[in-house]
Design a protein around this ligand. Structure first.
Ligand code: ZN
Length: 141
């Protein structure tokens, strides 16, 4: 068997996203912050999507957010992604949204508006930000 067969597809960092993934490796969720208008955004981009300013810095997010929408995958599309698993749009407390997984609870317990917090998991050579319930849905680990 291919030794990498159980590693799920991983990000391919580029010049814009490399810092984001490096922050994840250090246990931080870094947002892009526009130095002109203060807008916070993800994914990293070359300019502010609100005012087009080119001066972008970073701000570390709290890691707290809520599920805005989600889907439960009950089919194995990749051996590194055993089903069932939850793919969700997470809205961070600071505003930006990102697509991630909800972990640490049964998929049946995930609901829209459920409070979640970031949890960093090492997968292959990456540290991925995933989200676990911040409330009573969390299962003891
Ligand atoms: Zn801006």
């Amino acid at each position: 068997m291919d030794p990498d067969a159980t590693t799920p597809p991983l990000p391919e960092p580029d010049a814009l996203t490399r810092r984001f993934w490096e922050a994840c490796r250090q246990g931080r969720l870094d947002l892009c912050a526009c130095e002109s208008c203060g807008h916070l955004f993800l994914p990293p981009g070359p300019c502010c999507p609100r005012c087009w300013a080119m001066r972008i810095t970073t701000r570390t997010a709290s890691g707290e957010g809520a599920v805005r929408t989600f889907a439960v995958y009950r089919r194995t599309y990749h051996p590194g992604l055993p089903q069932p698993y939850v793919v969700a749009v997470i809205e961070l407390r600071e505003g930006p949204r990102l697509v991630s997984n909800v972990v640490g609870c049964a998929p049946e317990r995930v609901r829209i508006d459920m409070p979640v917090r970031a949890r960093f998991e090492n997968v292959g050579e990456f540290t991925l930000p995933r989200f676990e319930p911040a409330g009573p849905e969390k299962e003891p680990s």
